[in-house]
Design a protein around this ligand. Structure first.
Ligand code: AQP
Length: 332
């Protein structure tokens, strides 16, 4: 079975709809066909300041949400990044192979650091993509299911895998991004030209899956559309309506073409009312299941302990061969 690897940050408490439709939903599907490794990336989270108590709670909460979304520990390996020290160890090696200019071209860093200002930006945020390279290469992943915003980081991962292999001999699988065209970028409900984002979206623009279902319904109903009245998919001319159609189609399995037919001659309000109801039906059981996992921290921690053990077995092997190729003297 081909292998997949992906991770999600534990920082915001609740996952948002973009995280779910862009990434986690694919994780659930891929565990059926792939040897799947999924993790909560707490090392990545500390690239911006974190309160220790909140970080611990959000890490458990992220794992609970992944299980609630449908990850099955019998079918995939679910673990916490900091439980596998090899991530930080391989990241150092990758840091030394990455050009400063090359890393400086990462647009996510440029955007985030420009917003924060240089004095408030950590070097960790700069090397964030390099830790991600280590995450992926450690598991010899063939594919990386992520949202569109991660494409550039996966490209860098490919370059680094090829560079290492070229310099030291075949060591790493060169991974490919696994990004769905439809849901690779879910847009902000208030500004449908930018991605839904925990750090950049306004409260009304983002659906947090653990919010009160009523709140999410309200946000769908007040989503920005356009002054036209036709319900038609056109990402360029009608980004708001197109975003709603994508969300609707993904959550129900009805094709966008069928939805266009279903809503022919109807007003935007009809589409929004129906989608608000679909959203409530989706988030209500998701919230309940998340709470069930949180109410049983022993089971949750034991899933994560088993996951870390399985992950470490793979990671340790890759790190050992990497160290050997580089020329590090083995410890006796
Ligand atoms: N709007 C989105 N559409 C599709 N996919 C998305 N992802 C994030 N936003 C969208 C994907 O979710 C996965 C986890 O991302 P993360 O760990 O970076 O989560 P986050 O930082 O909490 O999410 P944000 O909103 O993207 O944070 P900011 O705004 O701080 O950068 C990834 O696969 C990502 O592509």
């Amino acid at each position: 079975r081909p292998r997949v690897l992906s991770g999600i940050q534990p920082t915001a408490g609740s996952f948002h709809l973009g995280n779910y439709l862009g990434a986690v939903r694919q994780w659930v599907a891929l565990q059926e066909s792939h040897d799947a490794f999924y993790m909560v990336v707490d090392l990545h989270a500390i690239t911006v300041p974190q309160d220790p108590t909140a970080l611990r709670a959000n890490t458990r909460l992220a794992a609970a949400q992944l299980l609630a979304a449908g990850l099955d520990p019998e079918r995939c390996t679910l673990f916490i990044q900091s439980h596998v020290p090899e991530h930080a160890q391989l990241a150092w090696v990758m840091n030394c192979l990455t050009g400063f200019g090359e890393a400086s071209r990462m647009t996510q860093f440029k955007d985030k650091s420009a917003k924060q200002g240089a004095d408030r930006t950590s070097v960790g945020l700069f090397t964030y993509p390099i830790l991600q390279i280590a995450d992926i290469l450690l598991y010899q992943a063939h594919q990386v299911p992520v949202g569109e915003d991660q494409r550039q980081h996966i490209e860098l991962t490919r370059d680094l895998a090829e560079r290492f292999n070229g310099r030291y001999g075949d060591t790493f699988t060169v991974p490919a991004p696994y990004i769905l065209k439809e849901t690779g970028k879910v847009y902000d409900l208030q500004d449908p030209t930018v991605k839904m984002s925990k750090s950049a979206s306004s409260a009304k623009g983002i659906i947090n899956l653990l919010d009160e279902p009523k709140t999410s319904a309200k946000k769908i109903k007040s989503a920005v559309t356009d002054t036209d009245t036709v319900i038609r998919y056109d990402a360029e001319a009608k980004p708001g309506v197109s975003n709603l159609l994508t969300i609707y189609s993904t959550l129900t399995g009805e094709s966008v073409t069928d939805l266009e037919k279903k809503y022919e001659g109807k007003m935007y309000g009809a589409l929004k009312t129906d989608l608000a109801e679909i959203m409530v039906d989706f988030v209500t059981p998701f919230r309940d299941r998340t709470q069930e996992y949180l109410d049983d921290p022993e089971t949750l921690d034991s899933v994560l302990a088993k996951g870390a053990e399985k992950a470490r077995a793979v990671a340790a092997e890759t790190l050992a061969s990497t160290y050997e190729r580089i020329g590090f003297l083995p410890a006796k």
